[in-house]
Design a protein around this ligand. Structure first.
Ligand code: 13P
Length: 389
């Protein structure tokens, strides 16, 4: 369906689901705009999906750990990494009563997208019934980047269009692609360019198949650098990302971002206050992110649950050009795992623990969170050097 916001030229030849105006002939005067894009098949739907995820007081529950990473979570509470245990854990999370009050989207791993509850209800239907948009991690993880300073690049573009079309059929409406940039490794110009280009190709392919792309160049917390250095790297990374997003004709109204907050490196001698993190992060975003983008959904990156919430709250003390919210995995799941311990009789308490964190972050999205009464466990950091997903 063509969007009413963007003009399609009637003579446009189609390229995929997008339309481009024909090249002007050599004799005609050069037009001010050499080609017009837009009106992809899913434009209206992408805008609607992005808006519903970026809705007031809500954010994303990320549970898209690969089987290997989910195995690490399960091992931390003494459970084997079996499909049954992964299903039980995801069922606990996704069937939490009242979750949709605070959570607008949930990113799933491929296995989970096709799974059901023990009673046979598809997880995607559980989410839809709770007014939560199902999402899917589509990248295939990181590999060493030859020719770089021991950096990595993200795999998964081959076959992405057909996979995305299948995920859409299964009920997914947004996607996630996580690549990483390491400050202590440079980052090299090559690694930054590769990260940005991969994200942009993925974003264009996702939009072509009806999935709102979450654009996530995670700037790892690793390193002993000061916050000013993180700011510098983040500005560089996001400028390249937007350069290539534009070159790939990605519709900014139909994307979401998943940035790292701008903090000092995890091994830096000083910690930054939430006010400082908010100041640096918002400075970076305002310099780099156009207001057409509907939502900024931060990752937690190894911060403690309370820290991630406090930093988000500090960023919402005055109005921003975009919805500023969360897409946390570790900072939403940690208390749940600790409460659950794999025991059926602890499921209800674990779901309550998830709601406590989800509500805290919902309040932080509205700028109304107070850390009063937070338990000590929520203040424990979860940083792991060289963390993989
Ligand atoms: P956390 O950094 O919050 O664990 O999540 C990162 C991520 O990409 C999950 O989708």
């Amino acid at each position: 369906m063509a969007s009413s916001c963007f003009k399609v030229l009637s003579s446009s030849p189609w390229i995929g689901h997008r339309s481009f105006a024909a090249n002007p002939s050599a004799s005609s005067p050069p037009p001010r705009v050499s080609f017009a894009i837009r009106a992809g098949a899913y434009s209206d739907e992408l805008v609607q999906t992005a808006k519903s995820i970026a809705s007031p007081g809500r954010g994303i529950l990320a549970i898209d750990e690969s089987n290997a990473t989910c195995g690490k979570r399960l091992a931390s509470i003494g459970l084997d990494n079996t499909e049954e245990n992964r299903q039980a854990y995801r069922q606990l999370l996704l069937t939490t009563p009242g979750l949709g009050d605070y959570i607008s989207g949930s990113i799933l791993f491929e296995e989970t997208l096709y799974q059901s509850t023990k009673d046979g209800k598809k997880f995607v239907d559980c989410l839809r019934d709770a007014n939560i948009v199902p999402g899917i991690k589509v990248d295939k993880g990181l590999s060493p980047l030859p020719g770089s300073n021991q950096e990595s690049w993200c795999q998964g573009l081959d076959g992405l269009a057909s996979r995305s079309a299948e995920y859409y059929k299964q009920g997914a409406r947004f996607a996630k692609w996580r690549t990483v940039v390491s400050v202590p490794c440079g980052p090299s110009a090559l690694a930054v360019k590769e990260a940005a280009w991969g994200l942009a190709r993925y974003a264009a392919i996702s939009q072509d198949n009806g999935l709102v792309p979450i654009v996530e160049p995670e700037i790892l917390l690793d390193g002993d650098h000061p916050i000013e250095r993180t700011l510098e790297v983040a500005e560089k990374v996001w400028s390249e990302v937007f350069f290539y997003l534009a070159h790939n004709n990605v519709m900014f109204e139909g994307i979401l971002l998943k940035p790292s907050m701008v903090t000092p490196g995890a091994e830096h001698k000083n910690k930054a206050s939430p006010e400082t993190v908010a100041e640096f992060t918002l400075t970076m975003l305002k310099r780099r992110v156009p207001p057409a983008v509907p939502g900024i959904m931060f990752l937690s990156g190894g911060q403690s649950e309370a820290e991630a919430t406090l930093n988000l709250n500090a960023m919402n003390q005055s109005p921003n050009p975009w919805h500023v919210s969360f897409s946390y995995a570790r900072a939403l799941q940690n208390s749940v795992l600790r409460t659950w311990q794999g025991k059926p009789e602890k499921i209800e308490a674990s779901q309550k623990a998830l709601l406590v964190r989800a509500k805290a972050n919902s309040l932080a999205q509205l700028g109304k969170y107070s850390a009063e009464g937070e338990n000590e466990d929520a203040k424990k950091g979860m940083f792991v050097k060289g963390y993989t997903y």
